[in-house]
Design a binder for this molecule. Sequence first.
Ligand code: ADP
Length: 399
Amino acid sequence: MTATNELVLVINAGSSSIKFSLFEAGAGADPVLLYKGLADGIYVEPKFTAKDAADNKLVADAIPGTAKNHDEALRHMLAWLNGVINGRKIAVIGHRVVHGGVKFSKPVRIDAAVITELEKLIPLAPLHEPHNITPIKILQGLLPDVPQVACFDTAFHANQPELNQLYALPYEFSQQEGIRRYGFHGLSYEYIASVLPQIDARAANGRTVVAHLGNGSSMAALLECKGIASTMGFTALEGLPMGTRTGSIDAGVVLHLLNHLKMDAKQIETLLYKQSGLLGLSGISSDMRDLRSSKEARAKLATDYFVSRIARETGSLAAALQGIDALVFTAGIGENDTETRAEVCAQLAWLGVILDPAANAVRSGEPRRISSDDSKVAVYVVPTNEELMIARQSEACVH
Ligand code: ADP
């Protein structure tokens, strides 16, 4: 570590966990990861783990304290970080914030007015936004002199054509109530767009569909590396089925649950967000690894449904792009599950996709092509790096 380069702390906070990554800003170069880790089990049995950049575990311990909240977890994390940075100061803290609404279409330095605006967005992402805001406020108290930056998952999609942002509700709902399609996983798509020119210049200058397949899953259409359409919309519920989320569902089903099955709003929210998707269809697990290793017919039903929806959405996004030059798989399932990739590609043969099975079987942390040389559509696995994207954006925002 050179003592002159600035330290950038990246925070990605959820309801019961806070992930961190500490980067050292390179002069004119990409930030370099030094440490990463997380506090999880925050309201139950808080634990802290940290690793170095080579993935060696440095610490795994219980977080002391009785409050078992985000405040205690952050204090514990900062105490550990202070020990390893040895007197150096953190220059900027970048936060992943799920929803930027209409107002925030790029990273923003956080002040009291920004926090007020972020709080107004809580109804648009009630399960995520409050947990993104909490550590910002706590860190303002703990490190008042360190600038903080909010980096948004919606921002990448902010310049989609209006047609791809609208629902066919009365027009006033989009203008006055902000009920429109925002799209999410934008930090991941932005990272992919940033590395695509080195991987495939034709795709970077043309039409690419990116499938971000993790616990949360979505897809986006990139024209010349800019987002023009996405499967997620107003909330992170639309589009592909996910670990525990339904993905797209007829809004009439929600009315039926409400009016005829007499479920209340909270029960419906839990059903749609927590009990559906791969978990709901399989009755076994939300985790792709469990489903792939299961012999149960419903495990196969769940993965078949997942694959079928990815293939269908690829067709829809290809139509939005008026063609497709490349398909990119990323995130936990996209980067690791060879079967999902093979099954999706098989269903896209009509588009001219031809998989190279040997290339698909390779396990690597590097970007790689998995389609055969004669495939009309080039298919890639590109590991995403949302934390690096936040570090880049935060650094740029304060300079
Ligand atoms: P998150 O949305 O929480 O960031 P991830 O991107 O980490 O999620 O993806 C989690 C998903 O990736 C899980 O369904 C998990 O089963 C899947 N996954 C991770 N590793 C593998 C693997 N080796 N094979 C198949 N699926 C995997």
